[in-house]
Design a protein around this ligand. Sequence first.
Ligand code: GZL
Length: 322
Amino acid sequence: MKRKCAVLLVFVSVLVLVLGCAAFAADKKIVVGFAQIGAESDWRVANTNSIKQACADAGFDLRFVDGQQKQENQIKALRDFITQGVDVIGFSPVVESGWDEVIEEINDAGIPLIISDRTTDIEGDDYYATWMGSNFIEEGEKAGKWLVEHLKSKGRDKDEINIVELQGTVGSGPAIDRKKGFENILKDHPNLKITQSQTGDFTRDLGKTVMESFLKKGDKIDVLYAHNDDMALGAIQAIKEAGLKPGQDIIIIGVDAVKGAFEAMVAGEMNCTVECSPLLGPQFVEAVKAILDGKTLPKITYTIEDVFPQEVAKDVIASRQY
Ligand code: GZL
């Protein structure tokens, strides 16, 4: 009889222990480390807000680091996340190269990796669980296609058109691919030429400074193609200070579709923006949950995006979320 009581006691103790752990596990917050690029543009601020809000709504313990556009800061943050033993790591790589070592450390630590927004140049796709963001080549092609159609609508499709280009951060996926996509279109229109091209690092200030140098050269400029709206908005300032009319003397094309671009289009100072949605937070949270539930996700998920010409800006601006 005594033996039976002893076995029963052990069984009940083990049961309490298992249920206790399960309860703790159920209560344990999901811990996510996110290494963000910085706060270089309105797009990035909106992206950060989206990720923070979605993680808060999901009850995650979010460890968020602003890399201030420095790769070494992001690498340090990723290593810290490994030391902290977070459940999932997310990051947006400021440039494409230089991640091999730290990503191998993340893989060795067995922590699932979500890459959002930007891209790396690492071969294969087994080093990350899923990637979400925009198709940057397609964005560049959309900008080129809009310009070709716009010039045709103005009877200028045969004119010699000089284009100046403000590139994004050197070595970043969007800068490389938005240039590539735009040039995919230009190659079929030899009268459209990029005469000056330089990085504005996705920032408004540098976009203004570089546009000032483009203008100072004195060559005819018909079009500005900026890899993001922030640089376009800085360039618009420079164009006005040079006594020219942005949106009329110089056609202005940007990418992102941030609120400032719509305000400039409503004011007649910008002609088109190609949408690149920063609102990746909800998608990021769903990916974290799916991964921790043991589900397999598609390796790549592109966001669906639009092109907004000046003509629609006043009707659309009120509905914009960023
Ligand atoms: C694109 C994103 C780019 C934006 C810029 O997905 O990485 O970085 O176009 C931002 O505004 O700085």
